[in-house]
Design a protein around this ligand. Sequence first.
Ligand code: 5GP
Length: 185
Amino acid sequence: MKIKDLDFRVYIPNEKINNRVEELAEQITWDFRGKSPVLVGVLNGCFMFLSDLVKEIDLDVEICFTKYSSYQSTESSGKVIELIGFDNVIKGKDVIIVEDIVDTGLTMGHLLKEIQKFSPKSVKVTALLYKPEALKHEAKIDYLGFEIKNKFVVGYGLDYDGFGRNLKDIYILNNNDNPGTTEVG
Ligand code: 5GP
């Protein structure tokens, strides 16, 4: 499948994503029983993951969003720019950060530092995808969807230059050094 100038192939089909998201929601529901956590979605990439996740969480939850930028095209720029900051609603609350993907870990490290300024009661992190080979900064993921290889992915909320976010499946860049097998954790 082509998005702009690049060729992608299906990497994680929607059914597999849905099953994993349900499992994560069940785990969160169990771990937070008796509590009302605030889910903080990291825009834009989290929107599909967060919306599917919250529908399966059987708790009273609040939802808010934050937005940071570190990616340009298909590579991390190495800098994090705050576009929407944290909300005061998280003060004294049990917070679950909802990220689409942890790549270098730069954004996550920054978020974890920033969030402490708002005095949350506790902070957990859920990320749909994680690229262990790309990690350069300390990252904390309490609820992980899939470990993936160090390649650019799109779909299910993730974009390539603004496109591909509405795709149901997750696609991976189709390079020669990237044979057609699906290797997801
Ligand atoms: P990090 O700060 O961990 O390097 O990157 C975090 C952000 O970069 C993610 O929230 C996501 O927006 C973007 N990103 C990292 N890897 C990918 C990728 O493979 N595909 C897409 N579309 N975005 C990515």
